[in-house]
Design a protein around this ligand. Sequence first.
Ligand code: GLN
Length: 319
Amino acid sequence: FVIPDFAGFTKHIEDFYYKCKSNSEGKVASYIPQLSRMNPDYWGVSVCTIDGQRFSIGDVTVPFTLQSCSKPLTYAIALDKLGPDVVHSYVGQEPSGRNFNELILDYNKRPHNPMINAGAILVCSLLKTLVKPEMTLAEKFDYTMNYFKRLAGGEPIGFNNAVFLSEREAADRNYALGFYMREHKCYPEKTILRDCMDFYFQCCSMEADCESMAVMAATLANGGICPTTEEKVLKSDSVRDVLSLMHSCGMYDYSGQFAFKVGLPAKSGVCGGMLIVIPNVMGIFTWSPPLDPLGNSCRGIQFCEELVREFNFHRYDNL
Ligand code: GLN
């Protein structure tokens, strides 16, 4: 086993869980009603090791929409199907140093990276226009959802239509980003912007719980092989690229500090979720809706700090 004393390990996870439970900082996202109604007390942590040992505590079977936690997944699919050269001729690899939805492109007039809204919208255009272009929007939705499911070892992935409709209604900034990128000819030819935006909102509105998300994180930790089904879902080169950008850009404008303090690839979302990867060891998913001013889950960040205080999981521990 990759974690020999798993019971002892999970005892620590439980301690961290209760320590963070009493953290009442942060505010639940309020830009759409479905998110603003989320109970701020929801708090769940799930762990899945690369050899399939699992542990969960708290609200781990309550579904939430993936929001920005879908960004590394759609990016992974694009890499796997198109290769990094094609993908990165459209989108950069640089942290933006700005908010996740800032109206800004890099000096080449491309989105900075696939982990912020502009880059993720662009990745959606690549998936829609370049990966199996003959597919309708409906087929592309099924295709993507199935991919997410395989990453999660076949565990259920849902779709929240109310959130999708609200996202689309409350999307002035995202549309502004979409048009701004069209003005600068960022998209592949034949991109239909409205379809691409809908596809982006649909990816944000996919639904899962901590348990299945931890399996996704573990698939990434395991180089693209799902630990529960042993299916090779992604090429290891694609996973390497995804983890690299999660490490440098996954936590919005806290990414640099997170890389310094925690030293693990992670991706947060306005749902309050955090996808955390300990390469070659395990995947972790934490979910707690209250967010700090930068948009990261308060309890999730605290959990990661507790984790690396106790265990040498930081990329540059053990030197
Ligand atoms: N649906 C959200 C948006 O596009 C996702 C952003 C996020 O999770 N930070 O604004």
